[in-house]
Write a protein that binds this ligand. Structure first.
Ligand SMILES: [Zn+2]
Length: 425
């Protein structure tokens, strides 16, 4: 099946054509498409380079993939991860404690997934409504009693939202406000549905930790925008909103929650906003400078992988990869891990025993490690690197080598395991 793909020639947030490439990457397949039978031909690959808008400082991927294809079989469920449930509950608690609401407030969650965030507000007295483009997660939400509209949120779907959810006290958008090409439609939808004194909160990956910590694994086609406070602030200002508060979190190693109200709302903006704007412009986060260091991390890791490949070919040894995560193809392709991995290891029920879009690699459970005993295991699930390696000490004790790609390249054996564990990583 040919996947529809096109490339923007203007900024997704301000429509400017003043776009400069700041990160050159190799094209990758869509990360999240697993098949129950092997792929008969090479899966399509799409560019994933990052561009900086010189007008509004928005860092973005200009290549767009057919949205229906991207979201139709989404398999990530918020409610399966305790840290996400706790994080979203803490957020709901913060909102309720820090903002005034009417007696029976109403909230809508954009990209409501399985309803986890809405449930946190429901138990605090809110009427709740969800919108999500993925049937897979929306049907789970409905089973749990969360009314959910299956749609990609924009001003075009307002007519499909029940009348009693069109005058909202609160709109939330967690990890979705960077996931649509139609950002004008999204912000216009928020603008039309939010009461004059309502509040809009969205959480996204934050550009500063992406660059400081070399979070290459957060760059894939679903993440169309990598927000700085500067780019978000420019976008909000141009649509009649103002940012009044920010919260930095360690979700996915560095996220940020924006608290936004309409311009006419008298709530003042906290000092942290101007401080962060100054910090970003004074430290090279807005002009592409920081991407040079990021590129150095990619190149040096690729060089190490190249040496490892030579060794594997020389020794005739085997290597498999741990983690069938969305970010897997980005890491494998950029670091040159192609044509050497025998299979993937992952215990997620929606992935296990299936075939990855990347080289049609079979996904096997972690039990296969003891049976097959590969010589090397490279960790593609970068965010869980430390835990995965710690949980596989038996494999190391039996002579295996695990390879970490993030935060930096390391080959870990039973001999240097303790030393590696002591490192700050
Ligand atoms: Zn722009």
């Amino acid at each position: 099946m040919e996947i529809h793909h096109w490339k923007r020639d203007s900024c997704r947030l301000c429509s400017s054509h003043k776009l400069e490439k700041v990160l050159d990457l190799k094209p990758v397949p869509i990360g999240e498409k697993y098949s129950s039978s092997p792929f008969t031909e090479e899966t399509q690959r799409f560019p994933i380079d990052l561009y900086n808008c010189q007008n509004c400082s928005c860092i973005q991927v200009l290549d767009n993939i057919d949205q229906d294809f991207l979201w139709s079989e989404y398999t990530y469920f918020s409610g399966q991860t305790d840290s996400i449930i706790n994080h979203q509950d803490d957020f709901a608690k913060y909102v309720v404690e820090n903002f005034k609401f009417s007696k029976k407030p109403k909230t809508l969650d954009i990209g409501s997934n399985d309803g986890t965030l809405l449930k946190a507000f429901e138990k605090r007295g809110f009427d709740i409504f969800g919108v999500d483009p993925a049937n897979t997660v929306a049907s789970v939400a409905r089973q749990q009693g969360v009314e959910t509209l299956v749609a990609l949120f924009s001003d075009k779907i307002i007519e499909d939202i029940p009348l009693n959810f069109r005058d909202l006290d609160l709109i939330t958008a967690f990890n979705v406000f960077a996931h649509s090409d139609d950002m004008y439609g999204m912000i216009h939808g928020v603008s039309k549905l939010l009461k004059p004194d309502g509040i809009f909160c969205f959480e996204v990956q934050y550009l500063v930790p992406i660059l400081d910590k070399n979070l290459l694994g957060t760059i894939f086609h679903e993440h169309m925008i990598h927000y700085s406070v500067t780019s978000a602030n420019n976008f909000m200002k141009s649509h009649g909103f103002k940012i009044i508060d920010l919260q930095f979190n360690n979700i996915q190693k560095g996220s940020i929650i924006f608290y936004v109200v309409k311009d006419s709302n008298p709530l003042p903006a906290k000092a942290i906003i101007q401080e962060t704007l100054d910090f970003e412009s004074d430290n090279g986060y807005l002009d592409g400078t920081k991407f040079k260091e990021f590129t150095e991390y990619i190149n040096s890791t690729r060089d190490q992988i190249s040496l490892l490949k030579d060794k594997i070919n020389r020794e005739g040894s085997t290597i498999c990869a741990y983690g069938a995560a969305r970010s897997g193809p980005t890491l494998a392709v950029q670091f040159g891990l192609e044509n050497i991995i025998s299979y993937l290891i992952d215990d997620h029920p929606s992935k296990c025993s299936k075939f990855a879009p990347f080289e049609s690699l079979e996904v096997k459970s972690s039990k296969s490690i003891a049976e097959i005993n590969p010589d090397y295991i490279v960790v593609l699930a970068w965010i869980h690197t430390k835990n995965i390696i710690k949980n596989n000490q038996d494999y190391l004790d039996q002579g295996g080598t695990m390879v970490s790609l993030w935060p930096k390249y390391r080959e870990i054996t039973s001999n240097n395991f303790n030393e590696w564990l002591d490192e700050k990583n």
